[in-house]
Design a protein around this ligand. Structure first.
Ligand code: FES
Length: 272
């Protein structure tokens, strides 16, 4: 057989010219709304989280052992003694967050997440802002070069995020406490709700789905992995929603701990 040349669209370095349409886009719907709301939502969250992380106070409720996830695990030598479960070996310079060993990896986990990639490529980078709307840039190299090539590391950040979710779970369990021993309040409902949602988000990760059910030739020979993959797949279909819900539960949990810790209002107690 003779080998024919690849079609133009598959030739290296070939870029397809745009059809000769004068209008910037023919879409008449509100295609700009999703990118806009994404910029507002993510921007507001990052601003809140940055302020809180460098506030260095109101992260721990001594009475009920509530610790905000933004400061977990608390590792600087300014940490209130009981709030630190893994030692306080980091110096207390203001530039070092209390959770300096976990926050960078959580950030990288979210930054390289398949959903967030779509969200910020569209909204912040306009590449492209929506389907059938031209790219905001002249050239497009996808994720084939540095630094976006690093997005491939997501699968490794998944393992680290799972360990951090375990630490958050540990914090939520330790928080069932009061000066009299066992205790249960609204703070516990919020902390546990946050941890459940964090697990749902982490497990719904595309990398997790591949780890659980990828590379199998016959599901029938791996019934346990098949069942787990089916569950993960169901959650995976909700990954975008879980990404936003967890941003909400993280901010709510942090705000609640801050408010109780600062004395703005007291915890609603059900037991002790
Ligand atoms: Fe979103 Fe992995 S794909 S967390």
């Amino acid at each position: 057989t003779t080998k024919s040349a690849p079609p133009p669209a598959l030739r290296p370095g070939w870029t397809r010219p745009r059809a000769a349409i004068a209008a910037r886009t023919l879409r008449t719907d509100r295609w700009w709304f999703a990118p806009l709301i994404t910029v507002v939502g993510l921007g507001a969250w990052v601003l809140y989280a940055t302020v809180r992380v460098f506030m260095h106070k109101w992260y721990w409720v001594e009475q009920y052992h509530y610790l905000t996830p933004f400061y977990s695990p608390c590792l600087t030598d300014r940490c209130v003694p009981d709030s630190s479960h893994f030692g306080t070996f980091l110096p207390s310079w203001w530039i070092i967050p209390e959770a300096a060993l976990t926050l960078p990896f959580l950030l990288l986990f979210r930054l390289t997440c398949y959903y967030y990639r779509k969200a910020y490529y569209r909204s912040f980078w306009l590449s492209p802002p929506a389907c059938a709307v031209p790219d905001g840039h002249k050239t497009y190299s996808g994720e084939t070069r540095f630094p976006l090539l690093g997005q491939n590391l997501h699968r490794y950040f998944f393992y680290l995020a799972a360990i951090i979710s375990l630490i958050n779970t540990y914090d939520a369990i330790l928080a069932f406490s009061s000066p009299k021993g066992f205790g249960f309040g609204l703070g516990n409902v919020i902390l546990v709700g946050n941890v459940v949602m964090l697990w749902a988000y982490t497990i719904s990760c595309h990398s997790c789905r591949h780890i659980i059910g990828g590379r199998l030739k016959h599901f029938s020979q791996h019934p346990v992995r098949y069942r787990a993959w089916t569950l993960v797949s169901k959650l995976n279909a909700r990954h975008m929603q879980l990404a936003w819900i967890t941003l909400g539960t993280l901010a709510l949990t942090d705000f609640y701990v801050m408010a109780v810790s600062a004395g703005w209002f007291s915890d609603l107690r059900f037991i002790n």
